[in-house]
Design a protein. Structure first.
Length: 688
């Protein structure tokens, strides 16, 4: 029978498979999706042209919503093979052929009711929450045997949108799967969690399209399962006493860290930490106290290696820090992306110091010490098991030295770390005891002899070693961040000195102070400079900050902002050692720099080495193009002087004019008289 779509009524619905079949047979493009037809039941003859009833039944079962439709097959009573086949492919029931047309309607209605009751019984047996949700996300129907998993009573959410009922993130996730279920016709599975009365509940949702405009969502509370899963993970990967990752998890994380370090060519360090004389504690105070001490050590370690803590930040903002308990009283620490050996020694020493503080357990006050062994990937080994063995060996080196200390696996690292440590402590002492001094080297115009300013150079007058060059200690001060207080002291001293010279009647000049990148990157750098200027009363135009090319290029965009702020405040800015680093020329203009300082390495051979000559000429040409001032550093000879004069670089600094001098050696130079005289004579000598 064919029913025109325009005349199609609800009464015809159950006859639709015939129509559907016809459409399938004709291969019509304008195939009406089954879900739009929504028959209440399908009466299907086995014997139909082209495609038999079994194939149609199988097709319907595959369609969205088709799996739930009752299908009644019409076969001969004695055709057992057909009856069996009909049930196998999913028919709901069968009707004997030929049908009694008068009673067929009653038969179908009866079977339909029986099928619905069966479905209902099935639904009732399911403990899950079931929702019917519209394409727009409106809760249309709800069914459950228990309301325990609901966040509000049904009357409050029925008719509301998903995002009015569920938290934003869960609602977004749910709507995503509703759309996908409707688009693909496939069942969607996802998990989400809800907080109710401070407890987190976990749910698993299955969403299936039901017709073209709504979905059925089956929601199951899986909180218990999640809890069990967590417990299984905890038992498998965490140590019971301390709650820290156990050996299995530590080795796994180490493996991941090694693969990453291999790819990124970075370092890893493993620290192996063991409580000294642990057995003695156990024997004297019992295992319970021993266990509590281990818990206390684990707690302190976790606390002091937290990302926010100073100690862990010393591990160069390492990306992964895993603290694990390997069993017994052995703890391990894994840190990646370590590039400063000094920081490791510092961290290890701090851990030793941190754990030496007494533990108060019940009525006992217990003092312990630890031994730490350290090994570094890839220099000591690149294999996980060997790394652990090396760290263990290094820990025994530390025990052999009496405990309460740390050792590297590599002897050379032990020596280097020690040297650094001694130097750092001495630097700290030097800063506190006033062993640093500021020297000044004047900078002048070659032709007029007019003083431009003075370069500020720090010196360390060591009580035993005498005068030490900054090249020896500035790098260590930078590594240990001691450059921050040291640099601030230098800036303060230079600004105060400049004010003093002005008070002595010397016309105002500029002091040019080197700024290290560590100093410059401090959040409060600009404030510190402003504060010092205000405290000393120095006019900002009499302070010059010298920054290196690499400092400027490191974080170019943020540097531009800081420099703009300093420039707006009236400071003079220059790039020191220009030509030795890498400069993106396009940035030069944006940096708001006043002066380029040509590095002494090029100036030294300017008259003899054609390459140096060419570099200096190029820097001068470029500086002029950008309207920058140019100053040549390290001018030592008349020939260098003449070359620079010829190519138009007039600002000079170098031993040929003036050595770095202590503050009291400079006033006569700054009055300019002697310098002028000296220079005019020098120029005359060169010309002659
Ligand atoms: P720099 O800032 O490029 O300083 C110029 C260096 O060249 C100084 O060495 C200076 O004494 C030296 N010099 C000056 N004229 C001549 C010359 O005609 N020939 C030769 N061969 N050398 C000359 P110094 O004082 O040993 O400083 C070395 C480096 O140490 C400085 O290079 C700078 O990078 C750093 N430094 C010095 N003082 C400070 C400071 O107060 N703070 C910071 N952050 N770094 C500093
Ligand atoms: Mg320089």
């Amino acid at each position: 029978m064919t029913i025109p779509l325009s005349e199609f009524t609800r009464e015809h619905r159950w006859k639709m498979p015939g129509l559907l079949l016809r459409m399938l047979q004709m291969g019509k493009q304008r195939y009406i999706p089954y879900e739009n037809l929504l028959p209440d039941a399908v009466l299907l003859d086995v014997m139909i042209p082209k495609m038999d009833g079994f194939a149609v039944c199988a097709e319907i079962r595959k369609l969205t919503g088709g799996d739930l439709t009752p299908i009644f097959m019409m076969t001969g009573m004695d055709d057992m093979a057909s009856i069996n086949q009909a049930f196998e492919i999913g028919a709901t029931d069968f009707i004997a052929k030929p049908p009694n047309w008068k009673t067929l309607g009653h038969n179908v209605r009866y079977m339909l009711r029986a099928s619905q009751e069966k479905n209902q019984a099935l639904l009732n047996a399911i403990p899950d929450l079931m929702f019917r949700i519209s394409r727009e996300g409106i809760f249309r129907e709800y069914r459950s045997n228990s309301d325990s998993g609901l966040i509000m009573p049904p009357e409050e959410f029925l008719g509301k949108r998903v995002d009015e009922v569920l938290p934003q993130d869960v609602a977004l996730q749910a709507m995503h799967y509703v759309k996908r279920a409707l688009q693909t016709g496939e069942m969607q599975l996802f998990e989400y969690q809800l907080m109710m009365m401070d407890t987190t509940y976990y749910y698993e949702a299955r969403i299936a399209a039901c017709g073209a405009d709504e979905v059925l969502a089956n929601v199951r509370d899986i909180s218990e399962r999640k809890k069990s899963e967590k417990e299984i993970i905890r038992l498998a990967y965490y140590e019971g006493l301390t709650g820290l990752p156990n050996r299995v998890l530590f080795k796994d994380r180490l493996g991941v860290a090694v693969s990453r370090a291999q790819r990124n060519r970075t370092n890893i360090v493993i620290m192996f930490l063991d409580i000294d004389h642990c057995k003695r504690i156990d024997d004297r105070l019992g295992h319970t106290i021993g266990d509590m001490i281990l818990q206390g050590v684990a707690e302190r370690l976790t606390h002091c290696l937290r990302k926010t803590d100073n100690i862990s930040r010393r591990v160069c903002d390492s990306e992964i820090t895993t603290i694990a308990c390997m069993g017994g009283d052995e703890l391990t620490i894994l840190s990646t992306d370590i590039d400063k050996l000094y920081d490791l020694a510092y961290v290890a020493q701090r851990i030793c110091d941190f754990l030496v503080r007494p533990f108060e357990i019940g009525s006992y006050v217990i003092y312990i010490t630890v031994s730490i062994g350290m090994t570094i990937y890839p220099s000591d080994s690149d294999d996980v098991d060997t790394m652990l063995k090396n760290a263990d060996t290094a820990m025994y080196y530390a025990k052999d030295r009496g405990g309460n200390n740390y050792q590297f696996y590599s002897e050379s690292l032990n020596n280097a770390a020690k040297e650094r440590f001694v130097m750092t402590n001495e630097l700290l002492k030097a800063l506190n005891c006033g062993e640093f001094h500021v020297y000044y080297q004047s900078q002048m115009y070659a032709t007029s002899g007019k003083i431009i300013g003075v370069k500020v150079l720090v010196r360390w007058i060591h009580p035993e070693e005498g005068l030490l060059s900054p090249d020896l200690f500035i790098p260590i001060a930078e590594e240990t961040s001691l450059i921050v207080p040291l640099g601030e002291w230098i800036l303060q001293t230079a600004c105060a000195q400049n004010r003093l010279w002005q008070a002595l009647g010397i016309s105002p000049i500029r002091v040019a102070v080197n700024i290290s990148s560590v100093q410059f990157r401090q959040n409060n750098f600009v404030e510190t400079v402003k504060r010092i200027l205000s405290e000393t009363g120095l006019d900002p135009c009499n302070l010059e900050l010298e920054l290196t090319e690499s400092l400027i290029m490191e974080h170019a965009e943020s540097t531009i902002t800081t420099l703009a702020e300093l420039k707006a405040f009236g400071l003079h800015l220059s790039i020191d050692d220009f030509g030795t680093g890498y400069s993106s020329l396009s940035y030069l203009k944006r940096f708001l720099i006043n002066t380029l300082k040509i590095d002494k390495a090029f100036v030294r051979d300017v008259d003899t080495d054609p390459d140096s000559g060419a570099i200096v000429k190029a820097i001068i040409a470029m500086g002029r193009h950008f309207n920058l001032e140019l100053l040549a550093e390290g001018v030592e000879t008349a020939q260098e002087f003449a070359f620079l004069h010829e190519f138009g670089c007039e600002q000079r600094q170098g031993y040929w004019f003036c050595n770095p001098l202590p503050s009291d050696g400079l006033p006569h130079f700054l009055t300019g008289r002697e310098a002028c005289e000296y220079l005019f004579n020098a120029v005359r000598r060169v010309r002659d």
